[in-house]
Design a protein around this ligand. Structure first.
Ligand SMILES: [Zn+2]
Length: 253
């Protein structure tokens, strides 16, 4: 059977002298492994269309769970991602993240859309923005995956939490949300400033078109980073090779 999928290449491997295997994150079928005979050497269109991060329409043959690439019509190649090692590392992390959390045979159209906007944003950004884009991606990915942080009421007593620029907020990772002053205990709390609280609300709700378009001060990014690290560790429970590499670059404070 011949099928068409809307997808991004999230992994590529060369096999032998001329063939490739690619992992596609598809809108329709989630993560699938696809054989791409002759894509390495003999067919220029297939070679460029099967590079990491290429987004497009892929035509495949499907036999049970085996897929073979026939042709690809790239829509975006995100070629700037490869021009800077820091940007490339962050883009690779986003690709690794989706290949870890997405599953075979169940599509996750919204996660694919989020990924495309994140790659697009990295593709036109400087390396100084990469960490902010990563944290925004992670926080919104948690929302897409059903782990929306509770930012408007206390997770313990349900009391509504107001926006107040003089307030500090405390976040309980295991309960997935904010905790009011009365219910605050001493353990496992993350403190957030008003600005971080405001930014998190923005990330939770902003349309994808403007999601990545904001600037923040370093302390806000640090608070977001700590929360994202703990939320991802607790709810996603995966370790990422690309993050080890990003740490080894020594760019994180
Ligand atoms: Zn409470």
């Amino acid at each position: 059977m011949v099928i068409k999928v809307d997808a991004v290449v999230v992994k590529e491997y060369v096999v032998g002298e001329s063939d490739k295997y690619i992992t596609l994150f598809t809108r329709e079928y989630g993560i699938i492994q696809v054989g791409a005979p002759r894509a390495k050497k003999f067919d220029k269109g297939l070679a460029s269309g099967t590079e990491l991060f290429v987004y497009g329409e892929f035509v495949l043959t499907q036999y049970k769970h085996t897929y073979k690439l026939i042709s690809v019509e790239p829509r975006y190649t995100f070629h700037h991602l490869r021009e800077n090692l820091v940007i490339l590392s962050y883009a690779s992390y986003i690709a690794e993240f989706v290949s870890e959390v997405a599953t075979e045979s169940s599509g996750n159209s919204e996660l694919l859309t989020l990924m495309l906007y994140a790659l697009h944003s990295l593709n036109k950004s400087s390396e100084e923005s990469a960490e902010r884009i990563r944290r925004t991606f992670e926080m919104r990915a948690l929302v897409v995956l059903g782990f929306t942080p509770e930012l408007t009421r206390c997770v313990s007593c349900g009391m509504s939490v107001e926006g107040d620029e003089h307030a500090t907020y405390t976040f309980l990772v295991e309960e997935g949300g904010l905790c009011c002053k009365k219910c605050r205990s001493m353990s496992a709390l993350i403190t957030l400033s008003y600005t971080t609280w405001y930014v998190l609300n923005y990330i939770r709700l902003a349309p994808y078109k403007t999601l990545f378009n904001f600037e923040i001060k370093p302390y806000v990014l640090q608070e977001m980073a700590r929360l994202c690290d703990e939320m991802v560790a607790y709810y996603i429970e995966k370790s990422f090779k690309t993050l080890e590499f990003i740490k080894s670059l020594g760019i994180l404070s």
